[in-house]
Design a binder for this molecule. Sequence first.
Ligand SMILES: *[C@@H]1O[C@H](CO)[C@@H](O)[C@H](O)[C@H]1NC(C)=O
Length: 139
Amino acid sequence: MPSSNGFLLVVAFAILFIAHGQGLPPEFTRWYVHVVNGLSNGRTLFVHCNSKDDDLGGRNLDPETDFNWSFRQHVLRRTLFWCYVSKDGAHASFKVFWQDVLLFHKCAWKDCIWIAKDDGVYIKDLARNTDEFRRRWKP
Ligand SMILES: *[C@@H]1O[C@H](CO)[C@@H](O)[C@H](O)[C@H]1NC(C)=O
């Protein structure tokens, strides 16, 4: 009976729709990006992050604090976030999230953790439990 097929279709779409909201389909992942102030001597880190669509605003981070945000990423969407950071007399700009399986691996498919230290910016490689140097400070 056609109307019962139509009903099943509606139910199927309703289930898919609800599943989306819960993040159930594997092609959707909730990602967390962190920028951590790892500077010594109680110094403040300024951080300003953006994507093409979102300006997350600039802020000063107290020592050892973590600025973070999350978003859902579809495999087919090319989400890109980048950050500008500065400390007394030096600054750096770097991508913090982009479409890259190597990056996803370092982030353990969940948390991309960037740490500004005295000598530059590091990413935490959660797969190997090391901090990997990525950016030198520019004067
Ligand atoms: C993420 O940021 C919030 C403040 O917005 C902070 O309370 C929380 O500790 C941060 N998360 C982590 C893992 O540090």
